[in-house]
Design a protein around this ligand. Structure first.
Ligand code: HEM
Length: 129
């Protein structure tokens, strides 16, 4: 089985079906985020390819697939967006929904949740008042 993380171990990315499965999850996640009235405004003016890249990177990264970005890039990408913990939680929930619908095993979804939780401090910049 191919690995994309250089460890020789099968990643969650591979376990859920690799590129094709991730593309299906990206499509669904994209629909859910843009259908969410609280989240859609963040993506106004963000070009479509940028949005797709956002989602593909986000999903591949959290699945241990072939995407790489650092905490610094995450902090830079989201600086000034005034994202609250509530927005963050909503994005995570949509990703969990997309993964659940795609048949991802519960332990994979739990790891995704933990990996995303670790990025929260770089992304959430707006305290809830
Ligand atoms: C949950 C973890 C998240 C991860 C791992 C993540 C990842 C990323 C990455 C890697 C980029 C840069 C894409 C690029 O330019 O190549 C980005 C951009 C962006 N993200 Fe996120 N994101 C997350 C959550 C969020 C949330 C909660 C929101 C808003 C509610 C958000 C809104 C945006 C927007 C609007 C951009 C584009 C900024 C611009 O082009 O000026 N992201 N994200």
């Amino acid at each position: 089985m191919a690995d994309h993380n250089g460890t020789g171990a099968e990643s969650d990315y591979d376990r859920i079906g690799g590129g094709p499965a991730v593309r299906a999850v990206v499509e669904r996640f994209y629909e859910l985020v843009l259908a969410d009235a609280d989240l859609a405004p963040f993506f106004v003016g963000v070009d479509m390819s940028g949005l797709k890249r956002h989602q593909a990177l986000l999903i591949s990264q959290v699945l241990g697939g072939p995407a790489e970005f650092t905490g610094r890039e995450l902090r830079t990408a989201h600086a000034g967006l005034a994202i609250t913990a509530e927005h963050f939680g909503a994005v995570v929930a949509h990703l969990v929904t997309a993964l659940t619908e795609a048949g991802a095993p519960p332990e994979v979804i739990a790891r995704v949740g933990a990996a995303l939780g670790a990025t929260e401090k770089d992304i959430v910049t707006q305290p809830v008042s």
